[in-house]
Design a protein around this ligand. Structure first.
Ligand SMILES: NC(=O)c1ccc[n+]([C@@H]2O[C@H](COP(=O)([O-])OP(=O)(O)OC[C@H]3O[C@@H](n4cnc5c(N)ncnc54)[C@H](O)[C@@H]3O)[C@@H](O)[C@H]2O)c1
Ligand SMILES: N[C@H](CO)Cc1c[nH]c[nH+]1
Ligand SMILES: [Zn+2]
Length: 433
């Protein structure tokens, strides 16, 4: 159950949680060596050991027909929900997609940035415990908006075929290349390529600690979106909050993984107690109660704070994946929030609504990485090229100053490249306007 902690105790917990993730690194490095040296054979061996499923080179790729026909195996109501989610996510990412920016300076030089999609992307669809059709949409729709042409998906195998809703989500995204390989081994296969799984330019997608560590390991060999590991939520609640709603939201993240963390910060001691009571009663009724209870007691915590400002200051230091502000006038605090993957304001902004249907991707930075990275969007699937088209006027005005800097850097060929166009030595930096 959710323990009441001091601030010091909470940060100790978070430190130990991060340390426990580091332990996965050794296992992940061994998996990397195996995949690099034995390709498909390593994938088959690891899948048998870690997922208990026997694969062979012919069964590793899931038949495209299964994706094509997935619609038949889901209810009309689920189909409607997923169609709506697809539309809303597409619309959100279309609206915030980076736009080419070009301008002329006062010499008539044309400059700016033009965006192009990366060519191929590998998407990790988590699936050890739960099935994640929502993650298919949250990963792939921004890539479609960016214009990525080749998208390959991987997901852990089970005794039975992938969940029909996962397959339908792939169908909605027009992705037909799915490999039933999961965990760190799938990430290394996508980064280096095997006989069956193609190498891609960028790997995205959330997963457990093994998946997240493997992505960290291949970063630089391929592009990655960021560190989207076990789920996290910080809820800041004041006396206006409904304790049962707060409890449900803490559980909604705790149920993802024993390594998830759910944290409550409140200035109201009695609210903390009511939330703990509500948690207890919900836990007894949830199928995921065992996982949630384990993550709450191991990595979660409630802290009594002085006021909302102190709570935000603590949350900024945690830099959580999700931050919920269940307080009066939540919008007045937006300017104080420095680090969070996504912020949910007010009692009806349930994090679970964001997980499925609002629009922003639920693939968000975890483990404090929201200090320097952001949630997945079309931008992650694009790269910008700077565009420069200088005019003669621009060249003759600015080259003497560039030449000065080239001399200071001791790079004579740079100086030459400028001087040769000028026809003579420069007299020094005097930009002409
Ligand atoms: N941050 C986000 O945006 C976000 C979004 C959705 C889900 N999630 C997270 O995704 C995760 C899903 O986890 P999951 O486990 O259900 O599925 P998963 O697909 O991430 O991982 C399952 C795989 O882990 C590997 N594995 C399991 N135990 C291992 C071991 N001891 N050594 C090496 N490899 C091992 C297996 O190969 C298995 O196929 C959860 O942590 C959830 O919180 C995060
Ligand atoms: N809350 C998860 C991100 O941490 C995303 C998710 C998918 N399905 C349900 N929730
Ligand atoms: Zn969730």
């Amino acid at each position: 159950m959710l323990p009441v902690l001091t601030e010091h105790e909470l940060f100790e917990r978070l430190r130990k949680r991060a340390q426990s993730f580091e332990k996965a690194r050794d296992a992940v490095k061994k998996i990397k060596e195996m995949v690099l040296s034995s390709g498909d054979d390593a994938l088959i061996r690891l899948t048998s050991e870690l997922d208990g499923v026997t694969l062979n080179k012919n069964t590793m790729r899931f038949p495209a027909k299964g994706i094509e026909e997935s619609e038949k195996s889901i209810s009309p109501s689920l189909k409607k929900a997923m169609d709506l989610a697809f539309e809303r996510i597409f619309d959100f990412h279309e609206r915030i997609k980076p736009q080419n920016k070009l301008f002329f300076d006062n010499y008539g030089n044309l400059m700016g940035k033009i965006y192009k999609p990366v060519e191929s992307v590998g998407v990790y669809i988590p699936g050890g415990s739960a099935a994640y059709p929502s993650s298919v949409l949250m990963n792939i729709v921004p890539a479609l908006v960016a214009g990525v042409k080749k998208i390959v998906a991987v997901t852990p195998p089970k005794a039975e075929p992938p969940h029909p809703a996962v397959l339908y989500a792939l169908k909605l995204c027009n992705v037909t290349e799915l490999y039933t390989v999961g965990g760190a081994q799938a990430i290394f296969a996508l980064a280096y390529g095997t006989e069956t799984i193609p190498r891609v330019d960028k790997i995205v997608g959330p997963g457990n600690v093994y998946v997240a560590e493997a992505k960290r390991e291949v970063s630089g060999v391929v592009g990655i979106d960021g560190f989207a590991g076990p789920s996290e939520v910080v809820v800041i609640a004041d006396s206006s909050a409904n304790p049962r709603w707060v409890a449900a939201d803490l559980l909604a993240q705790a149920e993802h993984d024993e390594n998830a963390t759910s944290i409550l910060l409140s200035c109201d001691e009695s609210l903390i107690e009511e939330v703990r009571i509500a948690l207890q009663s919900f836990l007894a009724t949830l199928e995921s109660g065992k996982t949630a209870s384990s993550s709450l007691s191991k990595w979660g915590g409630a802290i009594k704070v002085k006021d909302v400002y102190e709570a935000i200051e603590i949350s900024n230091r945690i830099a959580p994946e999700h931050l919920e502000l269940m307080v009066k006038n939540p919008r007045t605090y937006i300017g104080y929030i420095k680090n969070a993957g996504a912020v949910f304001l007010g009692p009806f902004s349930a994090e679970a609504l964001g997980d499925y249907i609002l629009g922003p991707s639920h693939v968000l930075p975890t483990s404090g990485t929201s200090r320097f990275s952001s949630g997945l969007s079309a931008e992650n699937f694009m790269k910008a090229t700077s565009l420069i088209s200088a005019t003669p006027a621009g060249f003759f005005a600015l080259s003497p100053c560039a030449g000065e800097i080239a001399k200071a850097e001791g790079l004579p060929a740079h100086y030459l490249s400028l001087k040769i166009r000028n026809g003579r030595e420069f007299a020094g930096c005097e930009p002409r306007h």
